[in-house]
Design a protein around this ligand. Structure first.
Ligand SMILES: [Zn+2]
Length: 119
């Protein structure tokens, strides 16, 4: 049983990371700024990474966009009550790892396996 307090703490962190990335996009891209100009920051947090990706805002930092997608997956896993479990093998991800990377979806074993395959 995963600690509810821990999860809500992680959810807050995830939303904070998402907000920061969106603010950074606004600073980096005039197109993005125009797209979101009429929205409040609360609406912005509801903007999905997929929508942003679809608009083909190439000026955006792809690494940040990828992180944003991971953050969204993690948030949806909180809602599915599957947060904190490895996406690949189902092992519980240690809290220390989640504290360091709240959007980690894989345990360390699967993560290092994935990195090997990408080489
Ligand atoms: Zn795993």
């Amino acid at each position: 049983m995963v600690d509810k307090e821990f999860i809500s703490e992680m959810e807050e962190k995830l939303l904070e990371i998402k907000e920061n990335i969106i603010r950074q996009f606004m600073a980096e891209s005039e197109d993005f700024k125009q797209m979101v100009d009429d929205m409040s920051i609360k609406d912005l947090v509801d903007v999905a990474a997929d929508d942003i990706g679809k608009r083909q805002l190439e000026a955006l930092n792809q690494h940040e966009l990828k992180t944003l997608k991971l953050v969204e997956s993690a948030i949806s896993r909180i809602h599915n009550e599957r947060y904190g479990r490895c996406l690949s093998c189902g092992t519980k991800i240690p809290e220390e790892r989640l504290r360091a990377i709240p959007y980690a979806l894989l345990c360390i074993t699967c993560k290092s396996g994935e990195e090997k395959n990408n080489r």
